[in-house]
Design a protein around this ligand. Structure first.
Ligand code: GAR
Length: 196
């Protein structure tokens, strides 16, 4: 049985996709042991509660110093004997100490086809705005391991979607989210089966 901790900051639709895949048996032998949120009011925490999963807020209010937040996260991951950390819409960059402690055990979902539209400043709707401004004909999503760089770790899975002429950042985001919800649970499954 693999223990999974999920780090979130927002709505948590990717968290929901992983919860659903575990509950339906598509991801066997895995358990989400906690959801850690950098935002106190993240809807992802409500999603966790709805499924009886412990939610923890570790953010600027209870840990004003970045170093203390990192320590608190590592402590929480260790306490739950975490095998895999999923960044599912987690909007902070992890400190090297945490990456080192969980090397090759942290994966992130990113809403573009890395190496395009990733790195510092490319997150959430900024990614989709940039893709549209760049006149791209396709975009997509990427699941990758997390290393010390921003969106530079080894790629696990990618899937593309078309960009339509009348797309807005919102309509493109919705199309990309659909494939995020496919490839993130798939990557989690591969990890849990020891295929990564
Ligand atoms: C997702 O599109 C995810 O790829 C993106 O934030 C959204 C979170 O949605 N993550 C990043 O931009 C990280 N660089 P969700 O809270 O509904 O899963």
């Amino acid at each position: 049985m693999k223990n999974i901790s999920v780090l979130v900051s927002g709505g948590g639709t990717n968290l929901q996709a992983v919860i659903d895949s575990i509950e339906s048996g598509k991801i066997p032998d895995a358990k989400i042991v906690q959801v850690i949120s950098s935002k106190k009011d993240a809807y992802a925490l409500t999603r966790a509660a709805n499924h009886g999963i412990e939610g923890v807020y570790i953010g600027k209010e209870n840990y004003p110093q970045m170093e203390d937040r990192t320590e608190a996260i590592i402590r929480a991951l260790d306490e739950k004997k975490t095998d895999l950390v999923i960044l599912a819409g987690y909007m902070s960059v992890l400190e090297p100490k945490l990456i080192e402690a969980y090397r090759n055990r942290i994966i992130n979902i990113h809403p573009s086809l890395i190496p395009k539209y990733c790195g510092k400043g490319f997150y959430g709707h900024y990614v989709h705005e940039a893709v549209l401004a760049g006149g791209e004909k396709e975009s997509g999503a990427t699941v990758h391991f997390v290393d010390e760089g921003v969106d530079t770790g080894k790629i696990i899975l990618q899937k593309s979607v078309p960009v339509m002429e009348d797309d807005t950042p919102d309509t493109l985001a919705a199309r990309v989210l659909e494939v995020e919800h496919e490839i993130l649970p798939q990557a989690v499954c591969m990890f849990c089966e020891g295929k990564l």
